[in-house]
Design a protein around this ligand. Structure first.
Ligand SMILES: *Cc1c(COP(=O)(O)O)cnc(C)c1O
Length: 414
């Protein structure tokens, strides 16, 4: 990447950016620099109109007829086919339904059934908590003494043993932005007969993924982060075709039945991904998510990754060169290929500094105990924003404007 020594250099990078046109497809609040698309993606401009259509036309006018006329019934598969293009799956291997935590539970339960002589569910310490809580929740139900086991991230390989049923890992770490080598780990796990579930919450839409290439068994991810589906958007679930009919859902909802409108007393799972649907899809939210997905699919995968790497590299470099004396210690990998679309720093006063940045219109977030986290979305973030954000950070540090009581008060959401 060319060196950036001035704001003009950053502007020049924006002018050459092949993805520049996408920024205008989002609602971008005046004067804001938003580096938190890894937590909640921005609102596409087309979303309100699409949601209005679903509310006023499909619901208001079409009413019950819209289940078929507007293909409400097919929404989990239709959106799933779009996600499939993002993660290298076949169109009938992904559905969009429920929240991520629920899909993690479903995938774990399926592994317990498929790998039915083994009892350990393996993951790493420091994983996103919901993933681990779901393992513990499942263990309370089972008579097979299912045992969740957490080991340090660097010890995972040593614990891939023949009593492990499933390995659940997040590809891009939510706090440190480090990216796991999906292919190598999946291969090692498979060699020991272990099923692998990949959580792609911080990868899908930001880091190119090919679930077929890495031979993933299950994968899942979030709709409201880089997919820009809005707060609480439904999530996606991928099950490799070879496993789809191998387990019986533990959350067997009526819409996952082979013949839901037979209203039978007996549950009989639909074949394929449909059996992983429990309930009526949340259609207002599916509509919002579909707009986000369509937008993402217009952009080239490799171009997204290249820009994301260039943005994170520039931010790291500028913080180092311009704010070097203030003690920001990178907590994410310095090698761009080992890094997702985020930059994290350790700093003792990280919480107050993030609050001071937010007060100045630069939105990042904070994760305990001392991690400042900045997510970069290649569809809407710019190189000039990176320059301006570091300018503001420099100012906050030199003036010590972070050092105020109001920036040290912890809110309900950090
Ligand atoms: C964001 C995130 C979740 C969130 O799950 P929800 O149930 O959709 O709130 C789960 N796992 C990981 C790794 C995440 O980053």
């Amino acid at each position: 990447m060319p060196t950036v020594n001035t704001r003009e250099d950053a502007l020049a990078l924006d002018q050459r950016d092949p993805l520049a046109k996408f920024r205008d497809a989002f609602v971008y609040p005046e004067g804001l620099i938003y580096f938190d698309g890894n937590s909640l993606g921005m609102l596409p401009k087309a979303t309100p109109e699409r949601v209005r259509q679903v509310v006023e036309d499909e619901w208001g006018q079409g009413l019950i007829r819209s289940w078929v006329a507007a293909d409400w019934i097919g929404a989990p598969e239709r959106l799933g086919a779009k996600v499939a293009r993002l993660i290298g799956a076949d169109s009938d291997e992904v559905i969009v339904t429920d929240t991520l935590s629920l899909n993690i539970f479903k995938a774990l339960a399926a592994c317990v059934q498929i790998n039915n002589t083994r009892s350990i569910l393996l993951s790493e310490t420091g994983n996103f908590p919901t993933d681990v809580y779901m393992m513990e929740g499942l263990a309370t139900l089972s008579e097979r003494h299912i045992t969740p086991k957490l080991v340090a991230p660097e010890d995972i390989e040593a614990h891939l043993t023949e009593d492990v049923c499933a390995l659940l890992l997040t590809q891009t770490h939510y706090k440190f932005g480090s990216v796991r080598d999906m292919k190598a780990l999946t291969e090692k796990a498979h060699a020991k007969g272990i099923l692998v579930i990949w959580d792609l919450a911080h990868s899908a839409g930001a880091v190119p993924v090919n679930v077929h290439d890495v031979k993933a068994d299950f994968a899942l991810g979030c709709g409201y982060k880089y997919l820009n589906g809005g707060p609480g958007a439904p999530s996606f679930l991928y099950v490799a075709r070879r496993h789809q009919n191998e387990s019986r859902p533990v959350l067997p909802g009526w819409l996952g039945h082979a013949a839901p409108f037979a209203f039978s007393d007996q549950y009989e799972p639909a074949s394929g991904m449909r059996r992983y649907v429990c309930s009526s899809p949340s259609l207002l939210h599916m509509a919002a998510l579909e707009v986000g997905l369509d937008l993402l699919l217009e952009a080239d995968d490799q171009e997204r990754r290249a820009k994301s790497q260039a943005l994170t590299s520039l931010f790291l470099e500028l913080v180092q060169t311009r704010c070097g004396e203030f003690g920001f210690e990178p907590a994410c990998p310095l090698d761009r290929d080992a890094r997702g679309s985020q930059v994290s720093f350790r700093h003792e006063e990280g919480y107050a500094i993030v609050q001071a940045l937010i007060a100045r219109g630069v939105i990042g977030d904070f994760r305990d105990p001392n991690i400042m986290r900045f997510g970069f979305a290649p569809l809407y973030n710019t190189f000039t924003e990176v320059w301006d954000a570091v300018d503001i950070l420099h100012d906050i540090m030199t003036t010590r404007s972070w050092d105020k009581p109001e920036f040290k008060h912890r809110g309900k959401v950090t």
